[in-house]
Ligand binder design. Structure first.
Ligand code: FES
Ligand code: FES
Length: 376
């Protein structure tokens, strides 16, 4: 396979090198740059040992292709020498006997620093939930949690905000809705986290149909669910709905059964959908809220969407990566494409996918990133 030139900023230093399209970031950091502080445990995104910061966000370097990080800012555990929070964490880990073999420690420290800076003074339950994507096989978690709690005490959350450029990938709209019309280009998506542990995504989509029509369609929750891959509605009683959402990610498959409340305000054309669900087999839980505003824009309609969500359990490890924001953007586009098809061609043209396949969607995201890099 052909190697491609890439340039990264690693621990504050510009570096360049060659990577094959399938080379993972962890292998590039360890093999090409000699930064062996990043450990590889499971190599399939489960243990968290390989966690590094990519553009300020913790990310699994065993699941990230090096070429997809071209131009990104990477920080590994070796890159925190002058960092006051990391210095405190290192001391606290030692004082609380939070490491034995130390294999998990690089990923633990990177995640711990993210918890402390993002959330400030957090309680033990939150720390345990936030750490659910990092596995330690030696110590149990009492020392690790105690160390993080100590460093977090009295701290204020630091503002975190990352913007992802809109990408001109109209082909992306075909993901999982191959026969649907091309969705309009999505506006930039903002990703941030709130003090209560929720991740927040905001995005705008435009639909080529009049605002009245879009507003009316959004009021029919069953038709809306048909536009969202993997979603189905079982009952609707007033503003209460029950239903399910099925997702699969390689070996992990989750079928969230849950309930929610729907509210709408005709005068401001704003609406909210709040819901929570649990995957009885896998043990993951999800809670979230979608708030939307429908605005006439020329002959079409702009929908401003804010999604707040919190995942716990095995799926939490995928909760805050750049890949997930790409994925969420793709989901919004898919929804917009299906909505457009429904409004312009009737429901039969809005294909509802039986299941939301994260692996397939993430592959599409990676493929598009590679295309952008190499013009393939
Ligand atoms: S090595 Fe990356 S998550 Fe385990
Ligand atoms: S200290 Fe050994 S795996 Fe965590």
């Amino acid at each position: 396979m052909t190697a491609h030139p890439i340039e990264l900023t690693v621990n504050g230093r510009k570096v360049s090198g060659q990577a094959e399209p399938r080379t993972h970031l962890a292998d590039f950091l360890r093999g090409e740059l000699g930064l062996t502080g990043t450990h590889l445990g499971c190599e399939q995104g489960v243990c968290g040992a390989c966690t590094v910061l990519v553009d300020g966000m913790p990310q699994r370097s065993c699941l990230t292709f090096a070429v997809s990080c071209n131009g990104d800012d990477i920080r590994t555990v070796e890159g925190f020498d002058g960092d006051a929070v990391m210095a405190e964490l290192r001391e606290a880990f030692a004082a609380h006997h939070a490491l034995q073999c130390g294999y998990c420690t690089p990923g633990m420290l990177v995640t711990a620093r993210d918890i402390v800076t993002r959330l400030g003074d957090v309680d033990e339950e939150t720390i345990r939930r936030e750490l659910s994507g990092n596995i330690c096989r030696c110590t149990g978690y009492v020392g690790i949690v105690g160390a993080i709690r100590q460093v977090a005490k009295g701290r204020q959350p630091q503002p975190q905000n990352w913007s992802f450029e809109a990408r001109a990938e109209t082909a992306a709209a075909s993901v999982a809705v191959e026969s649907a019309p091309v969705a309009p280009a999505a506006a930039p998506m903002d990703f941030s986290t709130s003090g209560d542990g929720f991740s927040v995504l905001t995005q705008q989509v435009t639909v080529p149909a009049p605002a009245d029509q879009v507003w009316a369609a959004l009021g029919d929750i069953r038709r809306m669910a048909a536009c969202l891959p993997g979603a189905s509605v079982d009952t609707v009683e007033g503003g209460r709905v029950t239903g399910s959402l099925t997702v699969s990610f390689g070996p992990i498959k989750a079928s969230f059964a849950g309930e929610g409340e729907v509210a709408r305000d005709d005068s401001s054309r704003t609406g909210t959908v709040k819901g929570r669900g649990r995957d009885a087999k896998g043990g993951s839980s999800a809670a979230g809220e979608i708030a939307y505003t429908v605005l006439a824009e020329g002959e079409g309609t702009r929908i401003d969407v804010t999604v707040r969500y919190k995942l716990t359990g095995p799926l939490a490890q995928f909760g805050r990566s750049a890949l997930v924001t790409d994925f969420a953007r793709r989901m919004t586009e898919t929804f917009a494409a299906n909505l457009t098809a429904m409004l312009t061609g009737g429901e039969a043209q809005a294909p509802a996918k039986a299941e939301l396949n994260l692996a397939s969607l993430i592959w599409q995201v990676l493929r598009d990133r590679l295309r952008r890099l190499f013009g393939g």
